[in-house]
Design a protein around this ligand. Sequence first.
Ligand SMILES: [Mg+2]
Ligand SMILES: [Zn+2]
Length: 243
Amino acid sequence: MVRAAARVWPNRAPLLVASPVVTPLLIAVDFDGTITLRDTLHVIVDAHGRRGAWDELQPDLRRGRITVEQAMQQQFRTVTASHDEVAALIRSDAGGREGFTDLVAYAADEGHRLVVMSAGFRSVIDLVLGDLGLGYLEVVANDAVFSGDGCRLVWGQDRGDVCVLCDRRCKRHAIRMRHRGETIVYVGDGISDRCASQMADVVFARDDLAEHLSGRGVAFTPYEDFHDVITGLRLVGAHAGAV
Ligand SMILES: [Mg+2]
Ligand SMILES: [Zn+2]
């Protein structure tokens, strides 16, 4: 894991100094490797597709030689497992990052809006969130229909036009569609978070995303779990309230 050298935030301070004292936030949270400890796409392919296939693709993904969507198409062609098999696997192997339910409670208490934004699969996300008692959360995602005969990917309905910055249908569209003038917070870890996180005012990043943002001089706060995120958000509130 890459640790950021500096804890510099907020990303764009002027946006945080506006009144009123209570700053509403739009908190966009990635799912795979963020809410879960392991990326569920990798977990599924390793168990029911070709083991190690994602790892082989990582260099090309990081350099943008293939898109996340192309990698998903390629990898899930090999997956033959029923929904029940996938569900059992996710429950045993994906793991959950500490403190997510606390972040959801914090956001609700403070009147902030929290949306889960994923390039992954709604059926998997619903399963994990349902187990946490958070099945009511707003989720933007693609989906997959699993069966023993093969897996069919179902791309999200409203993914917008191809992004001019990253040349794919990225999460910026989902944020843009939901943004109502709030301060934007992004929490993520991976390649699919790169573009969207750069339109956020406050970014919490780890792993590949942290490395990417560090390389571009984009300010972010590293996190280990969601308690770190809550602590950071409280500081955003204190900062806004102090002005
Ligand atoms: Mg991720
Ligand atoms: Zn983009």
